[in-house]
Design a protein around this ligand. Structure first.
Ligand code: PHE
Ligand code: ZN
Ligand code: ZN
Length: 477
């Protein structure tokens, strides 16, 4: 069957701006600021518990919740802001609209540190409407607040710039953190060297999960697991995908990690053996419920994770980023900023809901027209001359209306180096995979050179083939 009209809406104007290398500066991080190498702090769990009690009191005074569009949310934000303002943070309140009403992010910058090397620490501050949200996410919010206050009191001079974020409307679908990343200028996104996410850290039947969500963030993941090891705390990896506020950072290709003590998932027997608690029961039986109150807590997990968070902040405040591996240098690699940094066919980068993105909302959808067409997308990066590894990775999902084993429609993954085009892989209507699959090609042979990454699609006159690409990266170390 012939598709008579193009299968998708093509109206987005693609940016023709020259491609920007995302994190070339990740390899040349400024390290001139004086830094005090500080030991890991023993953050005060009684202070952090008092912050939790404040969230509980705010909920109690405001109809039992701190949800988006309800007064308990703004009251929580105003209170956190006042604590930070009092000790010298530069705070900003960023408002955005949601279907439940206006919400707000609170962003707090500690003055100083290298502006080119920003270490971000975030937690969502909103609860669901059904309860006060003490474990979800009073715990993360109170912990990063206590860490921020302790940092201010420590007198430490950070090498890097520390930025804390309390996100709004996470429970509505990560709206606050998505808003932050969508509106942050590209140059500022590219200065973020690490985003750490803390969403649920005191679950009463606790797990100790470390986000293993992003190859670029493996260095920070490894710091968390090494910390737990040093304390004799068994841990497991988790990949929370689109379930918390790291997602928009991860989608952009920035290093992310985090910790999570578990929500509605059920503790296994093996987990109960190593972590204590009750097998066959949810990590947080009051998840998203009215009983997520001050009694819905493991004070041990809350305390241990508070210190883990402190360790990560103190460690990364002073990290020399020029030596860290694994930076992605492709800008807007998950297409979540639309056409930004990519050049080529108008509308090929789309948030159309008829093909799902692998993560986030946007992806590159080439083909799908069922009509004679050629489409392309390109971006140029420079592989550092000193690279010891350089890998192009991407996820692709293909489907077709063609049948049989004759190739009619193709998408080539190519690189252009010094005017010479090479094809790394050709996808076609034959052997479509209909589920996202990842491919990797080494670019190390081109170190020291500008490499244009190119997706080139050709479709014949009838029967569509769709090539949907998401979550690309050129990871160099
Ligand atoms: N973000 C989820 C919530 O707030 C909790 C969660 C965090 C779930 C991390 C999975 C992984 O409800
Ligand atoms: Zn929640
Ligand atoms: Zn949460």
């Amino acid at each position: 069957m012939r598709t008579s009209t193009p299968a998708r809406f093509r109206s987005t104007l693609i940016g023709a701006a020259a491609a920007t290398a995302l994190a070339a500066s990740a390899l040349t991080g400024v390290t001139t600021a004086p830094a005090v190498a500080a030991p890991s702090p023993d953050l005060s769990v009684s202070n952090a518990t008092a912050h939790l009690q404040q969230f509980q009191n705010i909920a109690t005074a405001n109809g039992g919740n701190r949800a988006t569009g309800r007064p308990g949310y703004k009251a929580s934000l105003d209170w956190v802001k006042s604590k930070l303002d009092a000790v010298g943070y530069a705070t900003q309140v960023q408002s955005f609209s949601t279907s439940s009403g206006t919400s707000y992010n609170l962003i707090a910058d500690w003055p100083g540190g290298s502006a080119e090397n920003v270490v971000m620490v975030g937690a969502h501050l909103d609860s669901v409407a059904s309860g006060p949200g003490i474990n979800d996410n009073g715990t993360g919010s109170a912990s990063i607040l206590e860490a921020a206050l302790a940092w201010a009191a420590s007198g430490n001079v950070p090498r890097n710039h520390l930025r804390f974020a309390w996100w709004g409307a996470e429970e509505q679908g990560l709206l606050g953190s998505n808003h932050y990343m969508r509106t942050l200028p590209t140059a500022d996104k590219d200065r973020i060297r690490l985003y750490q996410n803390y969403d649920m850290t005191g679950s009463i039947n606790p797990a100790y999960f470390v986000y293993n969500d992003n190859a670029a963030g493996n260095f920070a993941r490894d710091s968390l697991t090494a910390y737990y090891d040093s304390k004799g705390i068994p841990w497991e990896y988790t990949d929370p995908q689109g379930r918390s506020d790291h997602a928009s950072f991860r989608s952009y290709g920035l290093p992310t990690t985090g910790i999570f003590s578990g929500a509605e998932g059920i503790k296994t027997t093996a987990q109960a053996q190593k972590w204590g608690g009750t097998a066959g029961r949810a990590y947080d039986p009051c998840y998203h419920s009215s009983c997520d109150t001050m009694t819905n807590l493991s004070s041990t997990a809350f305390d241990r994770n508070l210190d883990a968070i402190g360790h990560m902040i103190w460690l990364y405040a002073d990290k020399t980023f020029s030596t860290l591996p694994g930076g992605n240098i492709l800008a807007n690699p998950g297409f979540e900023s639309g056409a930004t940094s990519w050049t080529g066919t108008t509308g090929a980068i789309t948030s159309s809901s008829s093909k799902p993105a692998r993560t986030g909302t946007w992806k590159a959808w080439l083909g799908g027209n069922g009509a004679t067409s050629t489409e392309n997308l390109t971006q140029t990066v420079t592989i550092p001359a000193t690279a010891t590894a350089a890998n192009l990775t991407y996820w692709i999902r293909t489907d077709t209306a063609e049948t049989g084993s004759t190739v009619y429609d193709t998408m080539k993954v190519q690189i252009v180096v010094g005017g010479v085009t090479s094809t790394l892989r050709t996808f076609s209507n034959v052997g479509t995979n209909s589920t996202y699959t990842q491919f990797t090609h080494s670019l190390l042979a081109h170190k020291g050179k500008a490499v244009t990454v190119k997706l080139l699609m050709n479709e014949d006159s009838t029967l569509q083939t769709s090539f949907v690409v998401d979550d690309t990266a050129v990871s160099v170390s």
